[in-house]
Design a protein around this ligand. Structure first.
Ligand code: SF4
Ligand code: MSK
Length: 640
């Protein structure tokens, strides 16, 4: 069986330069530890490691007496802590960059979206009267930074959730207080000999995940929009075919646009372009991998070379003169992999160095200067290129569907509103909305589950919103063009897409931009006609090929926000039927959302479609109904 649905990947995998790929290493790892996969291995203290026998024949408790459900819940909560920490530390860096933009104009950052600044400042209760933009930005950055260390809550962005939702969180005692506090409390409660009740552990797990979605991630998204602009629909291209044969190829990889935005500026700098020409290159071609690629795609239309599992293959083309990485999702193999090619790998974050790899520390205060230094490394390396093998495959797409862009697209600039979306859901043209997000995982064929699931959803008139590597997967398969509606969407969704001129699959950005989906869901509730809470909406979420702790945090904040969420690949909870049932069944009674796991995209789609159908029935909108516009005669006939 082919490793991927993507021909560019399969082509490059047939060629070998002695460097091992993630697929080879995954095979060498087999069989993987069953206890770990089932979530019942504990190494929290050194009386262990302990493991619970899922077949009931061996030990049923750890040395300390911890049961399977306690071990599985502690492991799960610690994954949430890891994911929430990653997203939130990213958010903190963006807040620092906003402060830098105000205090050190020479650094290169500028405030691009003042309307968004005023709006966000409003959530922090900042008085806007008689203040300069820079002063408001300074106060906003300081207020955002304070959210991390706050000791008593609630976090400010919580007010954006529907009231019914906030009341559920309040009743359960899971309204997040400070972002860092919630992550620390997970680590405390799950260390040896503290919280020994799986349900209580998960209350904190939910609180920390909410501190991610409605806290750290939302801070990252909103402040990035202030600094770099709020995305709006923009054309772009995707897949390895975007690499250039005759230009200097720079690939940015990781997550934080605080770096990649500056590389965009440096790569367009006249001095850099002249230097590139002096080395025989026709220009500088900037592309990206993973979420930092999504960030610059959405704001500049810069091409995306690929998603998570394509990071090594981009190097294997022989055409990448430098790969610039910051934080998250960067495979440890890249240092060794690049040594088999001419590619210079450059790490840039003091938090993320790699053995034997060039490190150029990127600081917000010398951002543009450092970006130019990094771009120069790529240019100087261009003459060292050997044979290149760039697959021809690339695809057009339209990206940039921020919450604000959707408002504008549906309602125009004077009456931007979600009413047309809600109306189309009520009249049944659109059956519901699905968020399909997350990573790739070599345990499952690359991109297959993303693409097949999304095709099935849109064929059933479900509008799909995407982020992360899942978005890149579907873009490569041509699902993010307006024309895709004609080819793949069901009749109702097709009609709406054709009227508005939008694709049936909307790219909303990077992993932290899942917070945009939370805002959109809240807006759907506020707009009316679809219930009082997010859990009433005909919506569902999925991460079909997840691998990162960040995906678990995202999944949990969607569930805790009231969304039914299906994961593919597997979940490390099956070793404890008690904990599995808590996630899959009991949580729904508490928060209105629940987890599910299905192995195949067809099963995932069936669960999501069924869930959306049930929600429609509950709302009383399961039968297609057109809104009737009354003329005068009909009005006269009305009996009052
Ligand atoms: Fe074993 Fe308990 Fe220590 Fe975990 S905390 S390693 S179950 S003794
Ligand atoms: S980059 S977290 S592999 S989506 Fe956000 Fe892709 Fe998953 Fe990383």
């Amino acid at each position: 069986m082919e490793k991927s649905i993507d021909p560019a990947v399969n082509e490059l995998l047939k060629k070998s330069n002695g460097a091992s790929t993630v697929w080879q290493r995954a095979e060498a790892m087999l069989p993987q530890c069953g206890f770990g996969e089932l979530g019942v291995c504990c190494r929290i203290c050194f009386m262990g490691p302990c493991r619970i026998d899922p077949f009931g024949e061996g030990p049923q408790v750890g040395v300390c007496g911890a049961t399977a459900q306690v071990i599985a819940a502690r492991n799960f909560a610690r994954m949430i802590a890891g994911g929430a920490a990653a997203h939130s530390d990213h958010g903190r860096d963006v807040a620092n960059a906003l402060l830098t933009a105000v205090e050190n104009p020479d650094a290169g950052y500028r405030i691009k979206d003042t309307a968004k600044l005023y709006k966000v400042a409003g959530y922090f209760n900042i008085d806007l009267k008689n203040k300069k933009v820079n002063d408001i930005a300074r106060e906003t950055a300081i207020a955002a930074l304070a959210e991390f260390g706050q000791q008593t809550g609630p976090l400010r962005f919580i007010q954006r959730a529907p009231q019914a939702r906030r009341e559920i969180w309040q009743r359960l005692g899971i309204t997040p207080r400070g972002i860092d506090r919630e992550i620390v409390e997970i680590m405390h409660r799950t260390t040896m000999g503290v919280d020994q009740e799986h349900t209580n552990i998960m209350l904190q797990g939910m609180r920390a995940s909410l501190a991610d979605g409605w806290g750290g991630s939302m801070v990252a998204t909103e402040l990035q929009d202030i600094l770099f602009g709020t995305p709006s629909p923009i054309r772009g291209q995707v897949n390895l075919g975007v690499l250039s044969e005759n230009e200097v190829n720079i690939v940015v990889h990781g997550h934080e646009p605080v770096l990649s935005e500056m590389i965009v500026l440096a790569a367009r700098d006249e001095e850099m372009l002249a230097l590139a020409r002096s080395k025989g290159a026709a220009g500088i071609n900037l592309t990206g991998i993973c979420c930092t690629a999504n960030e610059i795609l959405l704001r500049h239309g810069i091409a995306v070379a690929g998603n998570f599992l394509q990071q090594e293959l981009a190097v294997a083309t022989g055409a990448v003169d430098a790969m610039i990485v910051d934080v998250q999702c960067i495979m440890a193999s890249l240092g060794e992999f690049c040594r088999h090619y001419h590619t210079k790998l450059v790490t840039t974050s003091p938090k993320a160095k790699m053995d034997g790899v060039t490190h150029i520390e990127f600081t917000e205060h010398e951002a543009l200067e450092k970006a130019k230094e990094i771009v120069k490394i790529a240019i100087e390396n261009f003459p060292n290129r050997g044979a290149v093998d760039i697959p021809k495959h690339k695809m057009d797409l339209v990206a940039g569907f921020s919450h604000e862009a959707i408002l504008y697209m549906l309602g125009g600039s004077f009456r931007g509103s979600y009413t047309p979306l809600n109306d189309n859901i009520i009249n049944g043209r659109i059956k519901g909305v699905a968020g399909v997000v997350g990573c790739n995982n070599p345990k499952t064929p690359h991109d297959v589950a993303h693409v097949e699931l999304v095709k099935e959803l849109i064929a059933n008139d479900i509008l799909v919103v995407q982020t992360g590597c899942s978005g890149i997967a579907c873009a490569k398969s041509g699902l993010m063009t307006p024309e895709a509606a004609v080819q793949f969407a069901g009749p109702g969704l097709k009609q709406v897409c054709e009227t508005v001129g939008m694709p049936p699959v909307l790219h909303s950005g990077s992993c932290v931009d899942n917070s945009r989906i939370l805002v959109a869901l809240s807006e759907m509730v506020t707009t009316g006609g679809l219930g009082n809470d997010i859990s009433d909406l005909p919506v569902a979420g999925a991460a079909p090929e997840w691998m990162s702790e960040k995906a678990i945090s995202i999944g949990q904040y969607f569930v805790a926000s009231g969304v039914f969420t299906v994961f593919g690949v597997g979940l490390p909870v099956f070793g404890s039927p008690v904990f599995r049932d808590y996630l899959f069944k009991d949580l729904e009674k508490l928060v209105g959302g629940s987890w599910a796991m299905e192995k195949t995209p067809a099963e995932m789609a069936a669960r999501m479609i069924d869930h959306i159908r049930k929600k429609r029935e509950k709302l009383g909108i399961s039968k297609a109904k057109e809104r009737v516009l009354y003329d005068m005669e009909m009005r006269r006939e009305l009996v009052v």
